[in-house]
Design a protein around this ligand. Structure first.
Ligand code: C2O
Ligand code: CU
Length: 479
């Protein structure tokens, strides 16, 4: 018995030795060093598994479909999901990787995926103006290289207010060899949902207020669950990276940290800052990301709090600071270690070589509703501006309305130009910026990615009601 098994193994090995050299010719599976594993990011529903053998390729399968989910007590909904999860699973890669996403749509309506913030080619960007949406039952393979490392996310760009609010969004983290090593990296995705007294989701544009302010939910969510359930364990002395995303349709959030911890801002939409900065509160608007480095100075309860007005389901109004993420730090007697800051290349100063005005305004639609407009029109059928590849454009963003608008540009980053206020002196590359009511601000757009690109308000109800336009960069030129 023993003997025959041994000879079987030997025979198998001999066969393998003979077949081995053929593998190169026949392209059989070979073991490829997958490289060191990517830093784990916690707080996510799942991580998309990479089926590529090449360590510089991330290849995943993703399905969008309807799914009934219970998010918390009394919060059961028929949702739209990526892979049955809400929020969808984490997509992660290293900077420079090629990312291949085999996507199948089963949501019962057309959809696309927009890789918010990632400078992909325009025909991979999920814009329905550039490529027809994927019909229900259809598939499409997104295939692109990730040129920057940062905290990104992905979501549809068709019927966006509805599809995103019903669950279609997911985190996308691109790691960099420059990333400092932390005791933990956490994803913190902030959102809200509007639920009626019967426990059903309210339509996104059901009321006049929804049209004016966008839909402000009455249930705060963190990582897809009621925020009061977002409680984790940590320890005195630890230093963590918190990757924060505002995934709400309309709610801009003002955040602060209470308890025995302190933080600094280490990254914006476009990745690590050359020099982190400290602040007591942080304003994050829909679409934006900020990465914080949080150091636990002592044992106790550390709370990330959001300053909110909530019209509660029972008719009450809550106004004030609500915890949206809580970390209980056990005592260790250890002080937080100091994180040596890596040599992040400075963001190259660029002097704009041209100007473009982008105005936000509102009008009546003549039927009791509102139209949200860019440069006086809610219906742009052709791109508003055509820029040359390499232009740095002074985009003058002027808000003639009494509601702030988070302006989002696809395909390129911009930096804030110093307007003399603390809000306009913030560093870092961005793809989304909040333009305050009644004010004008300047951003320097770096038109480095050729193509036809959307720009819109990231209050998704505003975008739906017209606050949407396009620009072109390079050869795409205005027809
Ligand atoms: Cu996150 Cu055009 O969107
Ligand atoms: Cu808006």
């Amino acid at each position: 018995m023993h003997r025959s098994r041994t000879s079987f193994v030997h025979r198998a090995l001999r066969v393998a030795r003979l077949v081995g050299p053929l593998c190169g010719l026949l392209a059989c599976k070979r073991e490829v060093d997958p490289g060191p594993p990517l830093t784990e990011v916690t707080g996510v529903s799942a991580v998309l598994s990479d089926v590529a053998r090449d360590p510089n390729v991330v290849e995943v399968n993703l399905v969008a479909r309807k799914q009934s989910l219970m998010l918390g007590p009394g919060l059961s909904f028929e949702m739209l999901t990526y892979d049955g999860l809400f929020p969808g699973p984490l997509l992660q890669a290293k900077v420079g990787d090629r990312v291949i996403v085999h996507f199948t749509n089963h949501i019962g309506a057309p959809t696309t995926i927009h890789w918010h913030g990632v400078r992909v080619p325009d025909f991979m960007d999920g814009s329905p103006m550039v490529r027809a949406p994927i019909p229900d039952g259809g598939s499409f393979t997104y295939d692109f290289v990730v040129p920057e490392a940062a905290t990104f996310w992905f979501h549809p760009h068709v019927d966006t207010a509805y599809q995103l609010n019903h669950g279609l969004y997911a985190p996308f983290v691109v790691h960099s060899p420059l990333d400092p090593v932390y005791d933990e990296e956490r994803m913190i995705m902030l959102d809200d949902l509007a639920v009626d007294a019967s426990g059903a989701l309210l339509p996104e544009l059901g009321t006049y207020t929804d049209q004016v302010l966008g839909q402000l939910g009455n249930v705060l969510l963190t990582n897809g669950r009621p925020s009061e359930l977002a409680v984790v364990e940590s320890a005195e002395g630890r230093v963590e990276r918190w990757r924060i995303l505002d995934a709400a349709n309309a709610r801009t959030m003002q955040l602060r940290l209470t308890g025995p911890a302190h933080f600094r801002v280490i990254a914006t939409d476009g990745g690590l800052l050359p020099t982190p900065y400290t602040t007591s509160t942080l304003t994050i608007s829909p679409g934006q990301r900020y990465d914080l480095e949080v150091s636990y100075d002592g044992p106790g309860t550390v709370q990330l709090e959001s300053n909110v007005t909530l019209n509660e389901v029972d008719g009450g109004v809550f106004q004030g600071w609500k915890p949206v993420f809580v970390a209980n730090a056990v005592a260790t007697g250890m002080p937080p270690r100091t994180i040596g800051w890596p040599d992040v290349p400075p963001i190259e100063e660029r002097t704009p070589n041209r100007n473009a005005a982008i105005d936000f305004s509102v009008a009546s639609d003549g039927d009791g509703g509102v139209l949200w407009m860019i440069n006086g029109s809610a219906m742009h059928t052709t791109p508003l501006y055509g820029f040359e590849l390499g232009d740095t454009v002074d985009l003058t963003l002027t808000n003639y309305s009494s509601v702030p608008h988070p302006f989002h540009l696809h395909g390129q980053f911009f930096t804030l130009m110093d307007g003399g206020t603390p809000e306009t002196q913030l560093p870092g590359l961005r793809d989304t910026v909040l333009v305050p009511a009644g004010l004008s601000m300047h951003v320097a757009g770096r038109m480095d990615n050729p193509g036809r690109w959307m720009m819109h308000c990231h209050i998704l109800e505003h975008a739906e009601l017209g606050m949407m336009a396009e620009i072109t960069v390079g050869d795409a030129g205005i027809p």
